[in-house]
Design a protein around this ligand. Structure first.
Ligand code: ADP
Ligand code: 5GP
Length: 203
């Protein structure tokens, strides 16, 4: 199962995803390619595959990306290999922007799209400022883009409001667990149970 998580920069997507991965087995994170410079605590191959613009363009031209978008002036994209490798044995989470979410929905109809919002614009601004990872100019651009992104959220299946962190994590967990319980998703387990009913004798 593919879960796409989008939302304005600074709303808390990475924080939520970290908690989700730590508490729910059978989930993996899709590491994106980006031309953006790494932040001090970020690790190549764990947070992103950091590449130059030429390498990114080469991947795009080679058709190696399932989706890609120019976000806040830098390129971001999900490779097909990343999705194929990591979704073999686990459900996969993609942290991508709204343009990317649209492309994934067109390619993979079964993907679930989750939009995360902060409780207010001023709270978003506060979180971006207090995160201390972006310059005032970069924060202004991210806030400007947030205004646009929030108006393009009509393609999403779910809305999670990240006010109180624990509540938002619980809502995300619930969405994923509910998907795992869908009849269609449990055919293999159900067939085994059916077999036991056919073979079982009444004592
Ligand atoms: P994103 O990945 O969406 O850009 P982050 O996960 O980096 O956002 O979160 C932005 C900042 O907001 C971080 O400093 C994070 O610790 C903080 N944050 C995330 N969720 C909450 C929350 N529910 N309440 C308060 N602060 C939060
Ligand atoms: P950041 O620079 O804060 O890590 O991410 C900025 C934005 O880029 C976020 O909205 C994030 O969801 C988005 N993003 C990260 N990876 C990808 C990707 O592979 N594709 C697309 N389309 N957006 C991405």
């Amino acid at each position: 199962m593919i879960f796409v998580i989008s939302g304005p920069s600074g709303c808390g997507k990475s924080t939520l995803i970290k908690q989700l991965l730590a508490g729910l087995p059978g989930l993996d994170f899709s590491v994106s390619h980006t031309t953006r410079a790494p932040r001090p605590e970020e690790v190549n191959g764990r947070d992103y595959y950091f590449v130059g613009r030429e390498e990114f363009q080469r991947l795009q031209a080679a058709g190696a990306l399932a989706e890609s978008a120019l976000v806040h002036g830098e390129w971001y994209g999900t490779s097909l290999a990343e999705i194929e490798n990591k979704s073999k044995n686990k459900d996969l989470i993609l942290d991508i922007d709204v343009q990317g979410a649209r492309q994934i929905k067109a390619r993979l109809k079964e993907a679930s799209l989750i939009f995360v919002v902060p409780p207010s614009f001023s709270e978003l601004e506060k979180r971006l400022r207090e995160r201390k990872t972006d310059s005032p100019q970069a924060i202004a651009l991210r806030l400007e883009n947030a205004r646009k992104e929030i108006l393009q959220s009509d393609i999403f299946d779910y809305l999670v409001i990240n006010g109180e962190l624990d509540k938002a994590v619980e809502e995300l967990r619930s969405i994923i667990i509910a998907h795992r319980c869908q009849f269609q998703a449990r055919q293999k387990e159900f067939r085994e149970i059916l077999k036991s009913f056919e073979a079982g004798s009444i004592s």
